[in-house]
Ligand binder design. Structure first.
Ligand SMILES: NC(=O)C1=CN([C@@H]2O[C@H](COP(=O)(O)OP(=O)(O)OC[C@H]3O[C@@H](n4cnc5c(N)ncnc54)[C@H](O)[C@@H]3O)[C@@H](O)[C@H]2O)C=CC1
Ligand SMILES: O=C(O)C(=O)Cc1ccc(O)cc1
Length: 311
């Protein structure tokens, strides 16, 4: 594959930036990759493992001359980082991000983008519970979706170029309206994460009663919850604070259904339970039969062994 951007600047050097660096190198998509992280420790690790061609001590040096700048920080930090880089952006450059929430990022970042610079928000639907500069790997985006959520009127060439970069990283790219993205992700990712956090919290309370049995005898479902609940607390705090409306909407529906199931159990309404579980089973089977589960996340297969605390 050929070079798509002469210089790509990665801001925030964690799982996603690291994986992008590896994937871009695998396919030779960037002439040079520069990187900046706020913490000196993270920059030191990134230098030690050769994550980028150049790790800079200031954000200004990282973005100078870059034709693509990728914001890879927690969603709540996007606006402040955009403000910091704005004076140093090259004319004609594209700024993108990888945040898990899109409308809030557009609201935070958009006003800081200078005239002549393109802003194309993005979100790779791929990740793990690991974080930090050592956690990235080249295969993370293989056969996974990346959703781009540009506002109407965004430069078509800038979008096409970013699309080509993600495809070169192994991903399938689709465009979507930012609000729709946030609602879809509230259903498929954000609320499920909250449920996992809650379930692990409940089990932790119970553990005080049953000693270590909860963990010792946990079957696959609960183990998956514990993996998800090990995800970065800063990242997920920001997701819920910035995708508030959509998450509350889905949580409201979730609790209504949960109460209905609770009532069915209490009243011994087996027909309700059976009908409900029959419906959900048909949904899963429909997904498999439609061949839509080929990229189902199986993070266990590709999990990284090295883990560093988020910085
Ligand atoms: N972890 C995952 O599974 C996925 C994460 N994302 C999104 O990607 C973004 C980055 O996530 P990860 O790479 O997982 O995080 P990470 O925790 O591995 O890395 C985040 C990086 O941002 C830096 N950082 C944190 N706060 C900062 C601030 N205020 N200013 C400047 N730098 C700051 C950290 O030092 C670190 O280098 C987030 O917006 C997240 O929502 C998207 C898809 C999947
Ligand atoms: O680890 C998991 O189960 C994930 O769900 C990964 C993930 C986390 C956040 C995203 O915005 C996208 C993907």
């Amino acid at each position: 594959m050929s070079v798509i951007y002469t210089r790509v600047a990665l801001i925030g050097l964690g799982l996603i930036a690291g994986s992008m660096a590896h994937a871009m190198r695998r396919a030779g998509l960037a002439g040079e990759i520069t990187g900046y992280a706020r913490s000196a420790d993270t920059r030191a690790v990134a230098r030690e493992i050769g994550l980028c061609d150049r790790i800079t001590d200031t954000v200004a040096e990282a973005v100078a001359g870059a034709d693509l700048v990728v914001l890879c920080v927690p969603v709540g930090a996007m606006g402040a980082v955009a403000e910091e880089i704005a004076p140093h952006l090259a004319p004609g450059a594209t700024v993108t991000d990888v945040g898990s929430v899109k409308r809030d990022v557009i609201t935070q970042v958009g006003p800081h983008i200078p005239a002549g610079v393109h802003f194309v928000p993005g979100h790779p639907l791929a990740g793990t519970e690991h974080s930090g500069p050592r956690s990235g790997f080249a295969e993370l985006f293989d056969n996974r979706y990346v959703l781009l959520t540009p506002e109407p009127g965004t430069d078509a060439d800038a979008i096409a170029r970013l699309r080509a970069l993600w495809e070169g990283c192994g991903a399938k790219v689709e465009e979507m309206d930012a609000d729709h993205h946030d609602l879809v992700l509230a259903v498929t990712s954000h609320t499920p994460h909250l449920i996992a956090y809650t379930m692990v919290g409940v089990a932790d309370d119970l553990r005080r009663v049953t000693d270590s049995e909860v963990i010792k005898y946990s079957a696959a479902g609960f183990r998956d919850f514990t993996r998800i609940a090990a995800s970065d607390p800063t990242m997920w705090r920001d997701v819920f604070l910035t995708n508030k409306d959509a998450t509350l909407e889905i949580l409201g529906r979730f609790t209504e259904e949960l109460f209905a199931l609770q009532r069915a159990i209490r009243t011994g309404d087996g027909d309700h339970l059976h009908a409900y579980f029959t419906r959900t089973r048909a949904i899963r089977r429909g997904i498999i039969e439609a061949g839509q589960d080929t990229d189902a996340p199986d993070f266990g297969r590709v999990q990284r062994k090295r883990e560093t605390p988020a910085t």
